[in-house]
Design a protein around this ligand. Structure first.
Ligand code: EPU
Length: 417
């Protein structure tokens, strides 16, 4: 099985280009199920999760053509199987995004319940409650969600809990419902806005994108559209942290700094020198990083998807930092591996206390999920000696060419077997 070897400490210089956001690409791809017309998506990242969803859409009945490296065309003339099988959903939870579009267009869907994963239990009852409120009849049988609906009916629905894919699923379903839907307590992530903009291009009538209340006037049909996926804000944040942990200065190109206001402010607070335009960030590390606390919360707050990477950084900052994870109940799996590299971190429930600065030493470590992998790569860049990171398939789910990009910035990093 492939591993990554890093020999640190590394210095970075030069520039890196950010790819499209995985978490924006996936819902936009799922939205293609809402219409028999073709949807063209630009700036699609070449990551494993995109391939997994493409296989699922293909199984459901969509034809998918790659126009060039980052452009795909999806056309689902007919729903052949309104089914997301367990085998596919278990490799990628975001397959749940097929549920809303399938029920709305086809009146029936059978989607495997995702179940828990390395970072938490991750239930989907909010998706189901929302669809039921729109008129779907939902049962759970043999591990599958079975949803029937002759027609979906516009409604008012309030999420009990803020959920990103839940908001996306209900928003997609409501575009084809009869009448007006108001969804309250929505997530406000830029990926949801990006999806909403695609739906509007397809003919959906949506207002309130980017706020916690979304209004949708149902339409009978949706049509062909072309749309560009936003830059990946988590990839952007990961490279910004890489610059700081390597005591370096780099330029991050093709990104959207306005999607990272709070994380970038935090990096400035710990000493980073940051200049940005509307699509580039120039980030430089100070001589000494200072520590600062963070708490993860829904957008626009500090993202849970950058928590692990920030924790690596805090091992190299002077002082104590408190990191509170409010989104997922088990997102500290990287801590055990950081300890093996010499970090001094104490966990109590949802709070990790990082005592810095510690001199990290290379070690053999194991990635447990996508963002934990990124955290270990960052720690390895700062650590003295050789680190071998195992189970890097997690990384390939969400980062485009991470090894190549870091290597071109000057890191001593390679993939080994
Ligand atoms: N939740 C419920 N019930 C629900 C839905 C969610 O209790 O019906 C809880 C979850 O268990 C969690 C919290 O609400 O504690 C937030 O979960 P959310 O539904 O927002 O997460 P998600 O939609 O499954 C997306 C991203 C994740 C990202 C989270 C939070 C995609 C495909 N995935 O997941 O991305 O961490 O939002 O921002 O958009 C990643 O890219 O590494 C990743 C895990």
């Amino acid at each position: 099985m492939a591993k990554i070897k890093i020999t640190g400490p590394c210095r970075l210089e030069g520039s890196v280009t950010i790819n499209g956001a995985k978490n924006a690409a996936l819902p936009c791809m799922a939205a293609s199920l809402l219409t028999e017309s073709s949807i063209t998506l630009n700036n699609i990242p070449n990551v494993k999760d995109v391939d997994t969803l493409a296989s699922l859409l293909n199984f459901i009945g969509a034809e998918i053509n790659k126009k060039d490296n980052n452009t795909i065309n999806i056309e689902c003339k007919k729903i052949k199987n309104a089914l997301a099988p367990y085998e596919m959903v278990k490799t990628m939870r975001a397959s749940i995004l097929a549920l809303g579009p399938l029920v709305a267009r086809n009146g029936y869907a059978k989607v495997s319940l995702p179940g828990g994963c390395a970072i938490g239990a991750r239930p989907v009852e909010q998706h189901l409650k929302g669809l039921e409120k729109l008129g779907a009849d939902i049962t759970i049988e043999h591990g599958y969600i079975i949803a029937h609906a002759n027609t979906l009916q516009g409604t008012e629905f309030t999420f009990d809990k803020i959920t990103v894919t839940g908001t996306e699923n209900i928003m997609m379903a409501a575009t084809l419902a009869k009448g007006h839907t108001i969804i309250y307590n929505c997530a406000r992530e830029p990926e949801i806005e990006n999806l909403g903009q695609l739906l509007i291009k397809m003919g959906a009538k949506i207002n309130g994108l980017g706020t916690d209340t979304i209004h949708i006037e149902g339409v009978n049909n949706l049509y062909s559209a072309q749309h560009s996926i936003i830059p990946d804000r988590i990839e952007t944040g990961t490279y910004a942290i890489a610059a700081l942990i390597c005591n370096s200065k780099i330029k991050i190109k093709n990104c959207n700094p306005s999607h990272l206001i709070i994380p970038l402010k935090k990096l400035q607070e710990i000493g980073a020198n940051i200049e940005f335009t509307n699509n580039e960030i120039l980030i430089q590390s100070p001589e000494k990083l200072s520590s600062a606390n963070i708490e993860t919360n829904p957008y626009p707050n500090f993202p849970t998807d950058l928590q692990a990477q920030y924790m690596s950084l805090m091992t190299q900052a002077y002082g104590t930092s408190i990191i509170k994870e409010n989104i997922f109940e088990n997102r500290f799996m990287h801590v055990g591996e950081l300890l093996r590299m010499g970090a001094n971190i104490n966990i109590s429930g949802s709070i990790a206390t990082v005592y810095g600065k510690t001199n990290l030493l290379g070690a053999n470590v194991m990635a447990t999920d996508l963002r934990a992998s990124a955290c270990l790569i960052l720690a390895a860049l700062a650590a003295k000696g050789e680190t071998i990171i195992d189970r890097i398939y997690h990384l390939e789910r969400g980062y485009v060419n991470l090894v190549e990009k870091l290597s071109s910035l000057g890191a001593v990093i390679q993939k080994i077997n």
